[in-house]
Design a protein around this ligand. Structure first.
Ligand code: C5P
Length: 336
């Protein structure tokens, strides 16, 4: 057990990686009694990740610093909220930390960057403060912080139900998917684009979805379960198992956001001009967009092919791979 209040200035920082995610499927099933939407999703981690360096402080303060001055570092940031929730849960209000956040995931993009940073803070501070809370407690705290935080904590390729916090790993066959290569979804290359001038408020997107589609929402648990089962048995999971080609991806929020955001329409049209994308879609509530390819090299070739058109459209561009990992401590590698 580490005593975080003694000789703290000499303790090595805990470094945590916080990966982005994309939605391979986002289906709005209905409205819940808590006001959130009941969802059926497939989420996929990427190897595009933020980094947190966490050090103890003896004055009981939680201090977040970030090189990107557009990011709020006050109590509204999920990193600070995660730290406060964790020490409150542990009954240790005297615990403090300085957290240096290196932002690589675009902010406000539908890539769960903020949620992943919050999950990374939970994992990293649990280690730094020697709290030894188990996975299920961390998952519970993650769900209190936000709907995407539990997924980002465990990561990989998962079915996400409820508000998004009920996770079901997608079992991948041992022989390996044929369509996606021997490693399964990790073989997928991703070309990711975002117009830095565009932003979408998540509450707005869900509110608009309710206005447009509320009359068609399902109401009963048995209907929700039927949709979940269709997703488990459907074409997307078969594709992730290598049993067929990737089908068109469904994102119900894309249908809401696309008519309202010119940059989303332009970006999707550009990505569809790429050579051989397996699928093109918006992630989460947007406005980031992605195209999937059979391998990173093809994603990079598409980036080169579209470079001028993407630059003319004002898009920022990233190439990365799908990943099987959620947030993880990269240093120190052994629990003390
Ligand atoms: O849980 P999180 O803070 O990420 O949610 C942000 C907002 O998105 C919620 O306040 C709600 O308006 C909307 N939302 C929803 N149903 C979900 C997840 C989010 O309506 N399952």
């Amino acid at each position: 057990m580490v005593d975080p209040l003694s000789a703290d200035s000499r303790q090595a920082p805990v470094l945590v990686e916080a990966p982005a995610k994309i939605n391979l499927h986002l289906e709005v099933l209905g409205l819940r009694s808590d006001g959130f939407h009941e969802l059926a999703m497939v989420m996929q981690s990427l190897d595009l990740a933020d980094r947190l360096a966490i050090e103890p402080r003896s004055d009981g303060a939680i201090v977040l610093r970030c090189h990107d001055s557009t990011l709020p570092t006050d109590g509204s940031n999920l990193v600070v909220r995660a730290a406060e929730l964790l020490r409150q849960h542990a009954g240790r209000p005297e615990l403090g930390a300085t957290i240096e956040l290196e932002k690589r995931i675009p902010i406000g993009a539908g890539l769960a960057g903020g949620s992943s940073d919050g999950a990374a803070a939970l994992l990293g501070l649990n280690r730094l403060w020697g709290l030894q809370l188990g996975d299920s407690t961390l998952q519970q705290l993650a769900a209190e912080l936000g709907s995407d935080v539990p997924f980002t904590l465990s990561g990989g390729t998962q079915l996400c139900f409820g508000r998004g916090e009920i996770l079901e790993p997608v079992p991948l066959t041992e022989s390996g998917p044929r369509a996606l290569g021997p490693q399964g979804p990790e073989e997928l290359g991703v070309l990711l684009i975002k117009d830095p001038a565009a932003s979408v408020s998540t509450p707005w997107a869900y509110g608009r979805c309710r206005e447009l589609r509320g009359d068609f929402y399902l109401e009963y648990e048995s209907d929700f379960e039927q949709r979940r089962q269709s997703l488990r048995d459907g074409a997307l999971l078969a594709a992730l198992h290598g049993e067929r080609a990737v089908p068109p991806l469904r994102n119900d929020l894309q249908a809401v956001v696309e008519p309202e955001q010119q940059s989303v329409r332009t970006g999707l049209a550009l990505l569809r001009q790429a050579i051989d994308p397996l699928a093109v879609a918006m992630s989460g509530s947007g406005p980031s967009l992605f195209a999937l390819f059979a391998g990173l090299a093809r994603a990079e070739a598409a980036r080169d092919q579209l470079r001028d058109r993407l630059a003319d459209g004002g898009f920022e561009v990233w190439c990365c791979r799908c990943s099987s990992m959620g947030v993880r401590i990269v240093q120190p590698d052994q629990a003390p």
